[in-house]
Design a protein around this ligand. Structure first.
Ligand code: DGP
Length: 112
């Protein structure tokens, strides 16, 4: 199993600005924020990307989505975007499934 930077964050070997943690998910602020709110929600269980997570652990995928909504509520975001970059061509750089919760500014569509 690949050991990614997010696995190190999960083990607290690398510090992060954690906004929520339970037995299933961890939510922490992105080191390179693209919006006033930019939080990453990851499952504690290792799956390389969103597609693998959905196929192998659909309940945990649902828990990730539920936490993304909770982050948006906590940050009082009226509108927000949830992004799962899946594959290097779509900008995925960390091979541990994660969603980005982005909000706090106007978000253009289509994205770049
Ligand atoms: P993606 O490109 O979709 O794979 O998203 C990976 C995100 O992870 C990217 O927005 C930057 C963020 N990131 C990378 N390394 C770290 C880190 O060490 N700490 C934190 N908080 N975020 C990181």
């Amino acid at each position: 199993m690949e050991d990614t930077i997010f696995d190190k964050i999960l083990r607290k070997e690398i510090p992060s600005d954690i906004v929520y943690e339970d037995d299933v998910v961890l939510a922490f602020r992105d080191i390179n924020p693209q919006a006033p709110t930019h939080v990453l929600v990851i499952p504690k269980e290792h799956h390389p990307d969103a597609a693998a997570l959905a196929a192998e652990a659909p309940q945990i995928a649902a828990d990730v989505l539920r936490e993304a909504q909770a982050v948006a509520d906590e940050e009082k975001l009226e509108s927000y975007r949830i992004v799962f970059n899946t594959g290097s061509g779509a900008g995925q750089t960390v091979w541990h499934a994660h969603t980005h919760v982005l909000g706090g500014r106007g978000l253009e569509w289509p994205p770049g």
